[in-house]
Design a protein around this ligand. Structure first.
Ligand code: 1GP
Length: 268
């Protein structure tokens, strides 16, 4: 486990106004060469002659995983760097105690009881025995221009992209139920990311740190999400396709965090 808990890091960053950057690796999609390129890009930065990671978190997961490669992927990351590894599971089949933490997602935009509470009941005794830090997360899926794997597999209807009030009320309810993080996701490979209007509406409705992802495949889109109120931006596909995007986005995160106390880019 990392010295400072993941929730504490995310919450502390949010309170300080510091933005965080997470890279999502899908064990089915990341081969050894891609993984190494991402790890090199993600950890190669030197600031004030100190080696500091360019990213804050690795998220590991996907809605549908068809291989047994998750554990070795986590091990590869851990052998390479100390960036916390957080599971982003599509089901309780994806729990892996080798990670540092797990987003315990309740799919609160949907009405599928299995993903609201069912899987959690089955997973609870295993999670309790593990050393994983449990991150209670209200997961809100947003319509993004085409059906995504997550909307199909979860058998839920995403929030319409032009209805920010629905997302805001859903986030409020999640926070009132005790969820510590809110994740607004357009789904991996989304045609359109979550709109700034929706991010702003959710930001104004909850105190919980806000994670935003899905279809963010350029530095401009990442900046737009941060400026609208995202505390953590998650990028998967775009970086799997070209690891240089990781460097471009991390440079923007560094710029946004300039002058913010405790930024990891300041070597603290
Ligand atoms: C999906 O938020 C993540 O759940 C990342 O999406 O792969 O489209 O970047 P992308």
């Amino acid at each position: 486990m990392t010295q400072t808990g993941v929730l504490q890091r995310i919450t502390g960053s949010k309170q300080a106004g510091r933005k965080s950057f997470a890279v999502l690796l899908d064990p089915d999609k990341v081969d050894a060469t891609t993984c190494l390129a991402i790890l090199r890009a993600g950890t190669a930065s030197k600031v004030n002659s100190q080696a500091t990671p360019r990213i804050d978190f690795f998220f590991i997961g996907g809605s549908l995983i068809t291989s047994y490669s998750t554990t070795s992927l986590i091990q590869t990351i851990k052998d390479f760097c100390s960036v916390p590894v957080i599971l982003f599971p599509g089901s309780n089949l994806h729990i892996d105690p080798a990670a540092d933490a797990i987003l315990l997602l309740s799919l609160i935009s949907g009405r599928n009881p299995d993903l609201l509470i069912g899987q959690h009941v089955v997973a609870a005794p295993f999670l309790k025995k593990s050393n994983l830090e449990i991150l209670s997360t209200g997961y809100i899926l947003v319509e993004s221009g085409r059906q995504t794997t997550v909307s199909y597999i979860s058998n839920t209807t995403p929030v319409p992209h032009d209805k920010p009030a629905i997302a805001a009320c859903t986030a409020m309810a999640g926070e009132m139920l005790g969820m510590r993080l809110i994740y607004l996701d357009a789904g991996s490979g989304a045609l359109n990311p979550v709109s700034s209007r929706m991010i702003e509406a959710v930001r104004q409705s909850v105190e919980a740190p806000l994670i935003v992802g899905g279809g963010i495949n350029s530095a401009q889109k990442a900046v737009a999400a941060f400026e609208a109120g995202a505390d953590v931006v998650v990028v998967g596909n775009g970086i799997e396709q070209d690891s240089r995007l990781l460097i471009e986005i991390s440079d923007e995160v560094r710029r946004l965090n300039e002058g913010v106390r405790g930024s990891h880019y300041q070597g603290t």
